[in-house]
Design a protein around this ligand. Structure first.
Ligand code: ADP
Length: 485
């Protein structure tokens, strides 16, 4: 990996403005999932370092929150510019540790940077209210930074899942301690290096990589200095963190698992629907929380849809993400590939038909063939659970009512998509879907300007948009009385 700026390749923890080894000198390995190569040994911190980072975050926040919003936001703007100036290096680091093709990594860096820019602007607009009240008083609501924030982030978007949390937190005057996923710490460490170069004061944003997520996570959730925990990851870990946060009544934002349906009605534009479903299913090799998990197609258009969908999947070029001709990379680990295969095998045992793929790929132990399954039903694991891999089960339905009921038949509620050319149906179905986000004739729904988040067991809180600041703010009511004395 030849970086233009080799000093972006960091393997230590960044605590209180310093690059440091772990107290015990412990490290953990980071591998390239495409080749199995060891690419780094990264400092693995424990409880003491995490506690230090939290204490120093509290100290750093005192002067940071007192700065004019414009001064804070100017530093974020500089960080944004530095990220864009280093997009090639950041993309290389990401592809090496995460596996996604370079074009997707470049896209994620730009997407991640857009949150920094957005919140550098929004951070100047934290307005309060003056509430009409009796004549001898004025009732006022002001918004203040919530306090020290702890963030825990996943490996599927090693850059953007960080910036969409840290940018709003810093913009409103909070400090943050972040634990990146052990699979992808290098992207996080390069990001904080650039933040530091942009002029962030020491202690305000620390990154604590570790192989011991539960120890660091426990300190983050139990330490009374931390006022808020923001998490993106599995529903299982999210629930655990919420329970741990209960003892100190911390605020939480949870962006958890999904089980996104893509409903295709008979009246849909077939080519548009196929193209949208392909992107929604196979981006990042099926490893996004808003990936199409269940493609649900009306019976009149079913065969035509499957034919076009399979033909397109058969054109994919699977390979190492660093190769420019690669359209789809590996999955994150061998274990992930094994989990995906077990879901496919279980579906086949229950009668599913393989229309494409259906097995491990010969390219390496983290590669799985892009797979399409037909003759599937709602009792199968591939309907009930998040697949998180390049497997598309295509279900059949008859009526609109049945499609809505199938789509909502899950504890999850993150993103849903549907394709129709019918105006009334667009509204009816949008309003009936129990999801935080709905794409109508569109599956590329994410950006920094929209409120991203789920309902039901997919989580709580919204990231991005003007609402994304609220997660890092407390509302204080001030009553000024005695005005007629
Ligand atoms: P996935 O299965 O996709 O890796 P996880 O929810 O396990 O999803 O991981 C998301 C993030 O949660 C990662 O940063 C991981 O290290 C962290 N994590 C996993 N287990 C715990 C835990 N017990 N406490 C705190 N963080 C955890």
């Amino acid at each position: 990996m030849q970086l233009k700026d080799p000093s972006l390749f960091k393997t230590q923890a960044f605590i209180s403005g310093q690059w440091v080894d772990s107290d015990k000198g412990e490290t953990f390995p980071v591998y390239n999932p495409a080749t199995g190569e060891l690419i780094a040994q990264v400092a693995s911190v424990g409880l003491n370092e995490t506690r230090r980072a939290i204490n120093d975050a509290q100290t750093a926040m005192t002067s940071w929150r007192a700065l004019p919003a414009k001064t804070r936001c100017d530093i974020l703007e500089r960080w944004y510019n530095l990220v864009l100036e280093n997009v090639e290096d950041l993309a290389l680091l990401m592809t090496a540790e995460q596996g996604k093709p370079l074009f997707e990594s470049r896209g994620e860096i730009a997407y991640g940077a857009s949150f920094i820019k957005w919140f550098a602007e929004e951070g100047k607009r934290v307005y309060g209210d003056i509430i009409p009240a009796a004549s001898d008083r004025r009732s006022i609501a002001i918004k203040q930074p919530i306090g020290v924030v702890a963030a825990i982030t996943p490996w599927n978007f090693p850059n953007a899942m960080i910036t969409r949390k840290v940018a709003p937190a810093l913009a409103v005057g909070c400090a943050m301690v972040l634990k990146p996923a052990a699979e992808t710490p290098l992207s996080a460490l390069a990001l904080v290096e650039l933040a530091s170069r942009a002029g962030l004061p020491p202690g305000l944003f620390s990154v604590v990589p570790t192989r011991d997520a539960s120890t660091v996570g426990s300190e983050m959730t139990l330490n009374p200095i931390v006022k808020k925990v923001t998490f993106t990851g599995s529903t299982q870990v999210g629930k655990l963190l919420m329970k741990q946060c209960a003892d100190t009544v911390k605020r939480t934002s949870m962006e958890l698992g999904g089980n996104a349906p893509v409903i295709v009605f008979d009246d849909a534009d077939l080519d548009l629907a196929v193209a949208g479903a392909l992107v929604a299913k196979y981006r990042n090799s099926g490893q996004t929380c808003i990936c199409a998990n269940r493609i649900i197609v009306q019976e009149g258009i079913y065969d035509a849809f499957v034919e076009k969908f399979v033909a397109a999947v058969n054109q994919f070029n699977i390979g190492n993400g660093l190769d420019d001709t690669t359209s789809h990379g590996p999955v994150i680990t061998k274990k992930a590939a094994i989990d995906i295969h077990s879901k496919v095998q279980s579906a086949i045992a229950e009668g599913a038909v393989v229309a494409s793929g259906g097995d491990f790929s010969e390219l390496g132990e983290c590669f799985y063939q892009p797979t399409v399954l037909t003759n599937v039903n709602d009792k199968m694991q591939v309907f009930q659970e998040e697949i998180f891999g390049p497997v598309a089960p295509i279900f059949k339905f008859t009526t609109e009512k049945e499609a809505i009921s199938m789509a909502n038949d899950t504890p999850f509620g993150l993103a849903a998509y549907f394709y129709t050319e019918h105006m009334g149906r667009s509204w009816r179905v949008s309003e009936a879907l129990e999801y935080g986000m709905v794409g109508v004739n569109e599956t590329a729904i994410s950006s920094e300007v929209i409120p991203f988040g789920g309902v039901k067991e997919s989580g709580q809180g919204r990231e991005g948009s003007k609402y994304g600041l609220d997660d890092y703010l407390e509302i204080k009511y001030i009553c000024m009385g005695g005005l007629q004395r």
